[in-house]
Design a protein around this ligand. Sequence first.
Ligand code: GDP
Length: 179
Amino acid sequence: MLQFKLVLLGDSSVGKSSIVHRFVKDSFDELRESTIGAAFLSQTIKIKAEEQEEDVVIKFEIWDTAGQERYKSLAPMYYRNANAALVVYDLTQKDSLVKARSWVEELKNKVGDEDLVIFLVGNKLDLCEGEEDLRAVDTSEAKAYAEEQNLLFTEVSAKTGQGVKEVFRSIGEKLYASK
Ligand code: GDP
């Protein structure tokens, strides 16, 4: 079994804990208490790998960090030896993309992107449809930024689950391919 360390970074309330819980427990809890410091969860997935008869089992050790400014100094402890970082922003909060960009910069300066898979994730996609569409960040804007910075990118909803599994699957496949 392969093990990879993941870290979640991003402004508070963008839905980092909700994404992890959707992935690990396949549930969503509107009233979850916010993370203090950091929380640890693990989950295994199976991926199909080329030239392998059997599925490959990958275990993710996931560090969900608290977004509050007062915990910011703890983040390096979690990203320093991570294999992948999910940098999360809220599709309905423009400022949260600014914060996400500063995390990407910090990761590139401190870790270097050869050693780390960085996935930019726009969350709360369920709030971006219908008549009450609350979208504040265009897909094209975030996508262009991700391409320029060579990041993986997608939009998800921790609430409905849309796109969440695929994020972890892509990370698993990418890390497996480059191991
Ligand atoms: P964190 O501080 O980044 O870990 O964010 P949380 O996971 O604690 O979520 C912050 C708030 O956003 C909570 O009230 C969640 O219920 C809500 N939330 C998280 N993800 C989603 C989502 O995909 N859709 C909607 N509508 N709300 C979400």
